[in-house]
Design a protein around this ligand. Structure first.
Ligand code: AMP
Length: 288
């Protein structure tokens, strides 16, 4: 539990920095949970982990324009600040909520922003169908880390490729922060919680848990000793189609760096998948 139940809400870099500086002056460590808002129990579980790990927790809500492709849902992305603040107040884990406008995060404008370019892994898996997405994530997370200067950064396993890429960015840029992972929070039927689940209509929502079910079956077969990765993933895509989803990919990779699965020890594998269902692009992953 954080020291205060009500989070202070700020929208400028200077206000965020001066609050955080006062904590630092008192010797308090800071944990950071970046989000795009429309908060759900998955986000809040990261805040709870952060509060257990450090006396001060900063959460950001920022729908980052540089990580959306031109045909993606930037304009439609759910913005629910009042409800988000209610959730944060009820949980009491967040000390500072940073809710900047784009002009605050990108003081020279989006077109003139310094941008980061991640290594080739950013063009694989989700990056193959979302060109520039992870570079945009790196471009904003690096800024947020520079603004907040946290000791600890909490990211969710649900966006596992993002997490691996952010770990790489932190190591490669020598950023003085420790990354910690929170487990994927799920609905009772297994669907990973996501702000984009609200794009599903009632009928699609019933089909959506198929992604997790299919990935779990691949995981279980791997645990039982199956090693024909190409056959396993092809069959998984066929099962997703049968369930009414449009598969983007199902892949088996090495957990640490998302290199090819063949290079991993059996217990070091991760099964990742993405599929479209109506307007939503669902992603999920399971460790073997
Ligand atoms: P987003 O608001 O989607 O950018 O997510 C912000 C953070 O919350 C990221 O680190 C996500 O990985 C994490 N997150 C999103 N959904 C979940 C979930 N269902 N369980 C745990 N963490 C999540």
């Amino acid at each position: 539990m954080a020291a205060t139940a009500t989070a202070r809400v700020v929208d400028t870099v200077s206000a965020a920095r001066s609050t955080i500086a006062s904590w630092r002056a008192a010797g308090e460590r800071v944990a950071f949970v970046p989000t795009m808002g429309n908060l759900h129990a998955g986000h809040m579980s990261l805040a709870a982990l952060a509060a257990a790990a450090a006396p001060r927790v900063v959460m950001s809500i920022f729908v980052n324009p540089t990580q959306f492709g031109p045909s993606e849902d930037f304009a439609a992305y759910p913005r629910t600040l009042a409800a988000d603040e209610t959730l944060i107040a009820a949980a009491g884990d967040v000390d500072l909520l940073f809710v900047p406008e784009a002009a605050e995060v990108y003081p020279f404008g989006i077109e003139h922003a310094v941008r980061l370019q991640l290594p080739p892994l950013a063009r694989e898996l989700c990056g193959a169908s979302r060109p520039g997405h992870f570079d945009g994530v790196a471009t904003v997370v690096c800024r947020l880390l520079n603004i907040v200067a946290p000791d600890l950064l909490f990211l969710g396993q649900k966006d596992y490729q993002q997490l691996v890429l952010m770990q790489r960015m932190i190591a490669d840029l020598h950023l003085p922060v420790e990354l910690r992972m929170g487990p994927t929070h799920r609905e009772p039927d297994g669907l990973a919680m996501s702000s984009r689940n609200r794009y599903l209509d009632a009928e699609q929502r019933k089909r959506a848990p198929a992604l997790q079910r299919v990935l779990a079956r691949v995981r279980d077969e791997l645990r039982r000793g199956a090693r024909d990765f190409a056959q396993l993933t092809a069959q998984a895509c066929a099962e997703l189609e049968n369930a009414g989803l449009r598969p983007d990919y199902v892949e088996i990779r090495r957990r640490g760096d998302l290199a090819a699965a063949a290079s991993a020890r059996d217990e070091e594998r991760v099964v990742l998948g993405a599929a479209w269902l109506g307007r939503a692009r669902l992603i999920d992953n399971l460790f073997v």
